[in-house]
Design a protein around this ligand. Structure first.
Ligand SMILES: Nc1nc(=O)c2c([nH]1)NC[C@@H]1CN(c3ccc(C(=O)N[C@@H](CCC(=O)O)C(=O)O)cc3)C=[N+]21
Ligand SMILES: [Mg+2]
Length: 283
């Protein structure tokens, strides 16, 4: 019996809680505000940004989408960020990634007020999660959403081995930190890892975020493993698929998240949750 980790369903539950929290805040005259800054015309980014805007609006969060031309300078973009830093109606600021070539994304992210860093990408917040500091601070939404997915399974993580495939700033690295903070043994692997399959086969929890369609096959997983697929790949027919050969590993694992309908919806739900967190923490 394999559990399909239904990210869409879990996202609905998280969104319902977020909506309730927004309603509570509104009784005190407070409206959480999210500013999404989008530079250039990348069509995939435009769809993501529209989805975020729609979800925020559904939940009662004030959503501001700032569309800027790809010709904007670094200084002009910094000024836009600083404007939202100063704006008391905005609690979360997100700069849609990737930025067009010529703009320094790290410099822009570092300019976001860490208390409004709804993506959790600011170096101060990244440092806090790696140090496992107590207190309130934002965490990268995809890994945080994955922790919510793991908790929903109600299986003990402590002392088990987590393997993360991929070491990006957005997913792999913060994912590793959260799993370590959950008292798991933790290994981060990446494109240069030798004998990758030997490592993934020792994973009780395997999180795959590589962008390589169906990289992980049945021979690469431990029987009974929990597998989280962060991939957003296209198959030969242009259909959205993951980094894990879902059908191939299904019978061997105890739980697996599908693509679509797994990590993606949880990322958006966590973004909304974290916008409300930032609003509450600022009070
Ligand atoms: N500053 C910043 N923060 C981000 O969080 C961020 C970003 N930049 N740039 C792009 C990536 C990508 N991302 C996704 C979120 C949800 C789905 C999602 O909901 N996916 C659906 C399917 C969507 C479809 O059908 O195409 C699913 O997996 O079921 C996908 C991708 C957030 N990102
Ligand atoms: Mg990588």
């Amino acid at each position: 019996m394999t559990t399909i980790i239904d990210g869409k369903q879990l996202a609905k539950q998280v969104n319902a809680e977020t909506k309730e929290r927004v309603a509570q805040l509104s009784q005190r005259g407070i409206v959480p505000g999210l500013a999404v800054i989008m530079v250039g015309e990348d069509p995939a980014s435009a769809i993501y940004v529209r989805n975020k805007h729609r979800k925020a609006t559904q939940l009662g969060i004030k959503s501001v989408v700032r569309d800027l031309p790809a010709t904007i300078t670094q200084a002009e973009l910094l000024a836009v960020v600083q404007g939202y830093n100063q704006d008391p109606s905005i609690h979360g600021i997100l700069v849609q990634s990737p930025l067009p070539a010529g703009l320094d994304e790290r410099g822009i992210v570092a300019a976001i007020d860490p208390a409004k860093d709804v993506d959790g990408f600011h170096p101060l917040n990244v440092g806090k999660i790696f140090a496992n500091l107590p207190g309130n601070y934002p965490v990268s939404c995809t890994p945080r959403g994955i922790m919510t997915m793991l908790k929903s399974l109600n299986v003990p993580l402590k002392g088990k081995h987590a393997v993360v495939v991929g070491r990006s700033m957005i997913v792999g690295r913060p994912m590793g930190a959260l799993l370590l903070n959950a008292d798991m043994s933790m290994t981060i692997t990446h494109q240069y890892s030798e004998n990758l399959s030997d490592i993934t086969k020792t994973a009780d929890v395997l999180v795959v975020a590589t962008g390589v369609a169906h990289l992980i096959k049945a021979a690469d997983v431990k029987p009974g493993a929990i597998v989280i697929d962060v991939g957003m790949d296209r198959d030969e027919n242009g259909k959205l698929t993951g980094d894990v050969d879902f059908d191939g590993v299904f019978d061997k694992v105890s739980a697996i998240s599908p693509v679509p309908g797994g990590v993606g919806p949880m990322t958006i739900a966590t973004l909304m949750q974290q916008t409300v967190d930032l609003c509450e923490w600022s009070e």
